[in-house]
Design a binder for this molecule. Structure first.
Ligand SMILES: [Ca+2]
Length: 262
């Protein structure tokens, strides 16, 4: 408004001087007429100045508005970016937690409930006394995520000791009373009805890498022994941890084996 006032004064001076001078040169113009013309010119000058000022203000406001808009946009972008980052972080954390849970679960228990982990396999002793065939079918009723269980196959001295200890601890120490040929079925068998021919593991694993026969076994006594069990007729046999072939129709507890969950 100050500028406008200044403009007005300067304009007034200039217009007065110039116009009066030019008006002076107009022949026959009366003083009243000159005044009226001067008034009109001044009015027009003020009008123009006011319009210019309004225009300037408008431009200024538009610029301000634009700047505010730009600031808003930047702020919004920042917020969106922050939200995106937070979401990504949450997803990463969720994935990490899931991976850790899985790792923990596998580390703690790779086997189904009640099954015992040993060197990459899961084992379970079952105390009911049944024939070899029934024992095998009973194993097959059990699963891990990796597949169906079978009667245990044994491929090393360590695995043999582990399986024997599993049976021994579950069977109850040195109590042998009333348990002739006390022991537990494992998966070694002769598939032919006459109980001849090579033994094989019911789970299809190699039959040639390990065995733990008692001395003079397998003897196929009575030409009728096609299935294998841990031999335990007296406490001394616990140190041997050895096998005997026996009629498949005898009733023994049994040991099943299944691949772990992972
Ligand atoms: Ca035998």
């Amino acid at each position: 408004m100050k500028e406008l006032t200044l403009l007005f004064i300067v304009g007034l001076t200039m217009v007065s001087a110039a116009s009066l001078k030019s008006l002076d040169t107009e022949p026959g113009m009366q003083a009243e007429d000159k005044k009226a013309v001067l008034k009109m010119m001044l009015k027009s000058l003020i009008q123009n100045a006011l319009e210019d000022d309004a225009k300037d203000r408008e431009v200024e406001m538009q610029a301000e508005e634009k700047e505010m808009q730009a600031n808003d946009d930047t702020e919004m972008e920042r917020e969106m970016e922050a939200e995106r980052e937070e979401k990504e972080m949450d997803e990463m954390q969720a994935q990490e937690i899931a991976a850790r849970d899985m790792e923990l679960e596998n580390a703690v228990d790779p086997c189904p409930t009640y099954w015992v982990h040993f060197q990459g396999s899961c084992y379970r002793y079952f105390g009911d006394r049944v024939t070899w065939e029934v024992a095998r079918e009973s194993c097959k009723d059990h699963y891990s995520i990796s597949g169906q269980a079978e009667l245990a196959s044994i491929h090393s001295q360590q695995e043999n000791s582990f399986a024997y200890d599993l049976f021994l601890s579950a069977a109850g120490g040195s109590s042998l009373a009333g348990h002739t040929y006390y022991g537990a079925w494992i998966g070694f068998f002769q598939p032919t009805a006459s109980s001849t021919g090579p033994f094989q593991w019911s789970d299809g694993t190699s039959a040639s890498d390990f065995d733990s026969w008692l001395p003079r076994q397998p003897d196929n006594a009575g030409n009728n022994e096609g299935c294998t069990h841990f031999w335990r007729r007296n406490a001394g046999d616990d140190t041997l941890q050895s096998w005997n072939d026996a009629p498949c129709t005898l009733d023994f507890p049994y040991i099943c084996k299944v691949a772990p969950n992972n």
